[in-house]
Design a protein around this ligand. Structure first.
Ligand SMILES: C[S@@+](CC[C@H](N)C(=O)[O-])C[C@H]1O[C@@H](n2cnc3c(N)ncnc32)[C@H](O)[C@@H]1O
Length: 274
């Protein structure tokens, strides 16, 4: 007998909201339609798609990868397993960078390790006069970022390569008003890497395969050569790394190295100005 929405959702073994979201997507239907037609027989092909997604979700695949999208800064970003799923706490990095360039006309902005492009595209949409460069070592990630920039109507120049090596043939020039980055900062062997969503996200987006500070060190070390006088560097980092990142910033000549807390009260980003 053909299945209806009520039975499929109840038998999915998933939280109600997740089951509804997957069924809506499988059917191409709205929440209102689903609720109004919850005892109607559904087409076998769409039921099969839903059953497949529900089984994958039960095995732990992130909702964002199954749906292929995640909201960030009020924009819907496409995501694939080639990119980190944008996190709400990273919005603090975008807001901080935007605050730094508020009074700078046509600011130049660099996002290192752009992934889905969430940070770079959000900044470019908030400041259409800005010139935004974004880099990543992963060509697959840059494809996703490029797709998001086009779809959302943002102008972002994408560069493939190792941190600053992606830019200008590696020849440094003090051109940026602000540099932002949410680099991989989980230490090799951290048990979180084998838990939850992180099991499905790209390893190179999560861990530096070292002590967790390797990418942050490279970004801080290279920044002074690329920042204008008065330019700022802001980076996201792990919950217990703020003190060490402030030390790195001071050692590289950044004044007023400081950290900002996320909504959970955790020191989530650190930065300073030249
Ligand atoms: C934590 S993810 C951040 C993605 C995105 N900016 C965000 O906040 O959602 C880190 C990104 O850095 C990139 N990455 C890792 N090592 C890199 C390197 N050596 N040079 C440039 N990008 C790198 C990864 O491919 C990944 O896209």
């Amino acid at each position: 007998m053909a299945a209806c929405a009520r039975e499929l959702i109840a038998g999915s073994g998933l939280p109600l909201l997740e089951a509804r979201m997957l069924l809506e997507r499988a059917l191409g239907a709205s929440r209102t339609w689903l609720i109004a037609h919850d005892d109607e027989a559904l087409p076998d092909a769409q039921v099969a798609v839903f059953q497949d997604w529900a089984a994958r979700r039960r095995r732990g695949e992130p909702m964002a990868y199954l749906l292929g999208e995640r909201e960030f800064m009020g924009h819907l970003f496409h995501v694939s397993p080639a990119v980190l799923i944008p996190r709400p706490e990273t919005e603090l990095l975008v807001e901080t960078a935007l605050a730094h360039v508020r009074d700078i006309p046509a600011p130049r902005v660099l996002d290192l390790g752009t992934g889905s492009g969430a940070i770079a595209v959000s900044i470019a949409l908030a400041r259409p006069d800005a010139r935004v460069d974004a880099t990543d070592l992963s060509p697959q990630a840059l494809e996703v970022a490029g797709d998001n920039a086009r779809r959302l109507g943002a102008v972002v120049a994408l560069h493939e390569g190792d941190w600053y090596g992606a830019l200008n043939g590696g020849a440094a020039a003090p051109i940026y008003d602000v540099i932002v980055s949410n680099p991989p900062y989980i230490a090799a062997g951290d048990p979180h890497l084998s838990q939850g969503d992180l099991r499905h996200e790209p390893g190179m987006a999560l861990t530096d395969r070292s002590d967790g500070l390797e990418a942050l060190r490279a970004i801080v070390r290279g920044a002074p050569a690329w920042l204008k006088p008065g330019g700022a560097l802001w980076m996201e980092h792990g919950w217990d790394q703020a003190g060490r990142v402030r030390d790195l910033l001071r050692a590289a000549g950044f004044g007023g190295a400081t950290s900002r807390r996320d909504l959970a009260g955790i020191e989530r980003i650190s930065g300073g100005s030249l």
